[in-house]
Design a protein around this ligand. Sequence first.
Ligand SMILES: [Zn+2]
Length: 352
Amino acid sequence: MRRPAWTARLPRPRGALAAVAPALLLVAIALADSPPRVQASTRPTPPLRVETVAPRMAVAVAPTPSAPAQPSVIFSVATRDRVLALTFDLDMSPSMAAALRSGTVRSWVDRDALAQLRARNVPATLFMTGLWAQAYPGLARELAQSGQFEIGNHSYSHPAFHLPCYGLWGSPVAGLASEVDRAQQAIHAVTGVAPSYFRFPGGCLDQRVVSMVHAHGLTPVQWSLNSLDAFNGSSVQIARTVIGGVHPGDIVIMHLMGGPNAPASGAALRLILPALQAQGYRFVTVGQLLGLGQGLQPAGFRGVIEAAAPPPPPAARAGRPYWVWTPWGWQSLSHPPVCRWQLNARKAWVCA
Ligand SMILES: [Zn+2]
């Protein structure tokens, strides 16, 4: 949000009313400066966030008030400009790493998608897992040092941070902080870059893990437009979802690991990039987008996001810390699951 230049010239308050008056003026400016409400019914409506105005007294006593607080989780950014952030997750779970080692999957890099982004010099934010950085250290460093891409943290091994979360394997609660730490260390060791943003695997979260991520100095970033490119072989459907759904200030989620988990992202980008550029859209990283406007949360956001609704897991038993939701119910494992992903009857991807 722009700060009015004249705040530095405000007289110092002489009484209670004088102290409140500049704040009221600021609130009025903030309202006038607020984004229009998004009309599409299928996506969340960015709220008018009056509470993001800087604290009242800060206006009266500080010549240059600090920037307004961002929401605890960023979904999109308030702007009228045709600008958006494409984000790409680079997943790598223990089972994906095992598939790479065994040769079941040849590569977890979508070279086609990367070529598209490079050919058009499209900036993007890449949310990288620590395991991916360690599997592709040369490429990870090249991407981070290119100046084109911003690198975010996507956990070390892609567990669910809040269950249920599709079929993602669940790490014990105590392991989640180390998932953030280990990823940060692995990404920094490989690329020389320390991420500022964190994306929850599967987007599943609750207030406890959001606070934990903040305690690590990272800002959680979700998305306002899901390309639905995960496990989707239809590039046309992915492209239609993005091109038809995009709004100024959107954060779009796609995937860049290719393979069976994101088989058509590159082909979809061939359609998406020229179409959005023809509509006048400009691409920026998440960090750049947040420099253009106030971060937004959906109006109805209550601090919990989960996917699918299996019954609660049975009580944990000693020595079996991993719970996975499968077509046959909850399975407890003493090790991270090695699995095949399948779409179940509830349209949830499960580790089977
Ligand atoms: Zn992911």
